[in-house]
Design a protein around this ligand. Sequence first.
Ligand code: AKG
Ligand code: FE2
Length: 313
Amino acid sequence: MGSLANQTLPTIAFSSQNLEVGSSSWLSTSKQVVLALEEFGCFIATYTNFSPQLHHAIFKASEELFDLPTHVKMLNTSDTPSHGYVGQEPVVPLYEGLGIESSTTVQGVDRFTSLLWPSGNETFREAALEYSKVVAGLDKVVMTMVSEVYGIRSAYESLLEATSYLLRFIKYLAPVGDEAGLGIVPHTDKSFTSILHQRQVKGLQIMTKTGDWVGIDPSPSDFVVMAGDACMGFTNGRIEPSYHRVMIEGSEERYSLGVFTFIRDVEIQVPEELVDEDYPLQFKPFDNYKYIHFYYTEEGRRSKCPIRAYCGI
Ligand SMILES: O=C(O)CCC(=O)C(=O)O
Ligand SMILES: [Fe+2]
């Protein structure tokens, strides 16, 4: 238990062949997606719509962002915990992150860019918007597949309309000394879904149902697609969120990116199709953002399964 297992997560390729909704390869990929999410809460997606140019552009933009003085980065504030600038935290001293809310919209990206670069930064702006849109496209494909397999397309489509995207830029310092350093504590995301992308330096680890940590190697075309706590509340417990952490080794800084989806202004409710004898109703309707605030209370922090503590039946 707790060791680093020599195991790999399922890898699923998303190419022009299986992206055609309703085609036979789309259906078989959908089943693979659901199996992977039910077993691991996540999987590795290789996405052909993602170009190496965009990979380079977004990480160059990230370096430029982190090179700004700390007092400028701290301008990135938010009403929602962990959505704005986080850095120099005693529990995770290697971690630094910034977030763009509504990052698939011109307004969201413009607001962030002009706050940090008052005289503008066109290359950053373009890379952030393009990256968010491409990754949001992958998220939509994945969740449409899940909703098709579960027979809940219309329930998912209502949530899709209310989806808000948060793009987080993350940087970890190299640990001092030879020991691996904790980059981010073991946790599940408070999101509906999360899509992570890493550059060069590995560090992301996922816990399997047998309690082993599995490391995920970075690749320029790979994304880690994860279910968050809100997805468990929607799927009536069928898909459990992925428990993960970051351990940093070696002398290189690590850069990663996360696109997190959250459902805004409408309550997440278990579709009636997902309630049966095997899965009696497990969650009351809940608000994704109120849930985040609950998580940051004493009770939320102490709870072993905060989503059940918040709205479990
Ligand atoms: O840096 C990573 O790869 C993971 C980040 C993460 O888990 C998070 O921001 O919630
Ligand atoms: Fe996470």
